[in-house]
Design a protein around this ligand. Structure first.
Ligand SMILES: C[S@@+](CC[C@H](N)C(=O)[O-])C[C@H]1O[C@@H](n2cnc3c(N)ncnc32)[C@H](O)[C@@H]1O
Length: 301
């Protein structure tokens, strides 16, 4: 298994101390959480994930390090509710978005365009909407919109037409074939022609962008003064959301910009610490790191 992308950087910018209360919104297979747990001997870690397999693995992995953690099996859209139920304001919150490498590698999950599997792509195996439903039951217009909006796929329309014609499409490789047959030859030579459509379907199935935006706003609301939020994104759509929200929360309200003096209680509550890309070495070692960005914000008042 690869080490988590931007692992050292995320741990450093979370600014943990021995007794920090920290939320890992995306536990996965426990890479970041293990590192965190080692640093907070007197603190506590709450880790969210909705993937039963990842949770089972991480429960065991983290138990070997300490017992000062709780895994919460739910979507991180429920962040604020879960923290309020426990009466917690955290010192740090981490998001490492997207699918984990093991999710990509396990063929049956249907995330990968390299392996043949049933069309699934659900991060939460209990939910009913799957990639099969999207591919086989959505209208032509809905497919085009998803491929454009969530995949930035320029051949959205011809691919959607091809899908409608070939239905029912049952497996990932059948879908890859349909995509290949509906894009120009030249496009096939570049990167994998199914990459963007698979990303788009995955975002749709898991409602990823809405869920992230709503959760991030909750995170900004619950974090303690002096606390930090670190977000690792893997594509520009998520990164744009993070950048926009961080900018909004760290800027003076535009209605107040012309005031000669801004009262303290109307100054921004947050300061952007920065955004960081993986090193060349990390990208060479792990191709997934290529498109990753880490953004960090701190609550200052
Ligand atoms: C990139 S992996 C995290 C890897 C982890 N940081 C590590 O070091 O092993 C992302 C994880 O977040 C989970 N996830 C993604 N979106 C989620 C959501 N909305 N709610 C809860 N978990 C989510 C996925 O199931 C996956 O296990």
């Amino acid at each position: 298994m690869h080490k988590s992308v931007l692992y050292e950087e995320a741990l450093k910018y979370l600014n943990l101390d021995d007794s920090s209360i920290i939320i890992d919104c995306t536990l996965g297979y426990g890479g970041h959480s293990s590192g965190i747990l080692k640093e907070i001997k007197r603190g506590f870690l709450f880790a969210f994930d909705q993937d039963a397999e990842a949770i089972e693995y991480s429960q065991e992995r983290l138990s070997k390090i300490g017992s000062n953690f709780e895994i919460i099996k739910t979507n991180f859209i429920n962040l604020k509710e879960e923290l309020n139920n426990r009466d917690i304001r955290p010192d740090a919150i981490l998001y490492d978005l997207g699918v984990s490498s093991p999710q990509l590698d396990v063929e049956e999950r249907g995330f990968s365009f390299h392996n043949d599997a049933a069309l699934d792509m659900r991060m939460n195996q209990d939910q009913s909407l799957s990639a099969y439903e999207v591919v086989n039951n959505y209208s032509y217009e809905a497919l085009v919109e998803i491929f454009y909006k969530y995949g930035e796929e320029k051949y959205a329309s011809s691919i959607a037409k091809g899908i409608i014609k070939e239905r029912p499409i049952k497996t990932t490789l059948e879908l890859v074939e349909v995509i290949k047959n509906n894009v120009p030859l030249k496009y096939r030579r570049d990167k994998h022609p199914a990459r963007k459509v698979f990303q788009a379907i995955r975002i749709e199935v898991n409602n990823e962008l809405n869920v992230f935006e709503q959760s991030l706003i909750q995170a900004l609301d619950v974090i303690k003064i002096g606390g930090r939020i670190c977000v690792i994104t893997f594509h520009s759509l998520e990164d744009k959301i993070c950048k926009r929200i961080f900018k909004e929360y760290s800027s003076v309200d535009h209605h107040l910009k012309d005031l000669p003096i801004i009262p303290d209680n109307l100054l921004p509550k947050f300061k952007v610490i920065g955004n960081f890309k993986p090193s060349k070495d990390e990208i060479e070692e792990n191709n997934r790191a290529r498109s990753a960005t880490l953004r960090v914000i701190e609550r200052i008042r």
